[in-house]
Design a protein around this ligand. Sequence first.
Ligand SMILES: NC(=O)C1=CN([C@@H]2O[C@H](COP(=O)(O)OP(=O)(O)OC[C@H]3O[C@@H](n4cnc5c(N)ncnc54)[C@H](O)[C@@H]3O)[C@@H](O)[C@H]2O)C=CC1
Ligand SMILES: O=C(O)[C@@H](O)[C@@H]1OC[C@H](O)[C@H]1O
Length: 481
Amino acid sequence: MSLKKHELFINGQWVKPESGAYVTITNPANGVDVAAAAKGSEQDVDRAVAAARKAFGSWSAKTASARADYLYALERAVVREREKLATTITSEMGKPITEARMEVDFAAGLLRFAAENTRRLQGEIIPAEREGEKILIDRVPHGVVGAIAAWNFPLALCARKIGPALAAGNTIVVKPHELSPLSALALAALAQEVGLPEGVLNIVTGDGPDVGVPLVAHADVPLITMTGSTPAGKKIMAAAAEHLKEVRLELGGKAPFIVMEDADIDAAVEAAVSARFFNCGQVCTANERTYVHEAVYDRFAKSLRARMEKLKVGDPLHESTDMGPKVSLTELEKVDAMVQKAVAQGATLELGGHRLQGGAYDRGTYYAPTLLSNVRHGMDIVRDEVFGPVLSLLKVRDFDEALKLANESQYGLSAYLFTKDLGRVLRMTRELEFGEVYVNRGAGEEPQGFHHGYKNSGLGGEDGQHGLEAYVRTKTIYLNA
Ligand SMILES: NC(=O)C1=CN([C@@H]2O[C@H](COP(=O)(O)OP(=O)(O)OC[C@H]3O[C@@H](n4cnc5c(N)ncnc54)[C@H](O)[C@@H]3O)[C@@H](O)[C@H]2O)C=CC1
Ligand SMILES: O=C(O)[C@@H](O)[C@@H]1OC[C@H](O)[C@H]1O
């Protein structure tokens, strides 16, 4: 049976790539080829940007309510197609179907938030020095937004950029990740179905060098928003600097997960496990370093191990599966190398530490839930982002030490704190150098929050009112009759 070929979505139409080539998308759970996606190129980017530029005039001229209506319609279509979209996500990148449904819900929530807030992008009126004059500070869209996504949330990361960009009156060209373009293409099909005007949303599939690079360099794209690795984010920022364009970057993380002696240990264990093993550890907000107070360390470690042993790894389409495969063999090997290096540097391997093999595991890229103890702060595994199911346990003397070690990182996206002591919580709000902190709960941001990393975790931030405001710029008008 021949694979379904997915074309590019440009100017409201499905069009063939200039290259004439297609890339096979493989399900990491079983090695089965699921579809082929067009291999985009610079010429395709040019076509998509031209379409988006042409559509910008009439889209930005629409009333905020009219733009909201389209976004509400798209959200309703996403909700209606929840199961189909979730299955697409699972088959292209391997997360459990239960989590894929959560991703669809999150994507719908992001679109709904954008729709609800189109009318809240308000300007200002300032008294002038000249009689009769008013100074207006208006908020206007940038024009064509270039959006580049990662594979770990292939639908939600696109919705997170499309929703606010369109709400604010921009048009957009989206480049999904080369490993997982299918759910973004399914979203485009829904946009077409709900009658989104042609050219407002365009999708060019393909890899970073062929599509991402020309999109970033394009003279008619004044704003780039990207989710992915820190090295790629830095390259994008350097390339954008050549053209003095704005960038919003949502990059890697190395979240500390701090458990103090007064914490609810059962709740902390549950949250530590879900924040580490959700999506097979492939989340920028994942629990990367679990710092536990020495007074409760042994109890925590025992309970953690017991909880981890219960994790069911297997076919992500099964309702009871907790963890699916890694997205690709390359990614699996990267994680395994980090684990082996940690062991060589003196960490103790308590659980896992290897690829799962035998039976159905042999067809996919499964890695065992891994627990490392005796982890010391100088080890590479504490420094570098581990995008996989590997939990590193570190013992700390007190809160001071936990705070100090938590801050000793090049990253600054998310952090977690479990304690009942309000004094510590208040101190943490001042001293912890992270943009998003979860107190006495596990991971999972909300559309009305603000997802924003410090240091090497990124620039700009996404979601909520602050995220929406990134998609407008100011225009000052000295108004006289
Ligand atoms: N912050 C996050 O949420 C994510 C972090 N990662 C981290 O990144 C590592 C590598 O994963 P990759 O998929 O290779 O991420 P990546 O950062 O290379 O790719 C992300 C997106 O950027 C595009 N891209 C890459 N280089 C580009 C360039 N120079 N110009 C324009 N576009 C470019 C890619 O095609 C993709 O769409 C993972 O192991 C993980 O550590 C991966 C995914 C998401
Ligand atoms: O890219 C990531 O891993 C995060 O931005 C991620 O995106 C949706 C999830 O809810 C976030 O944690």
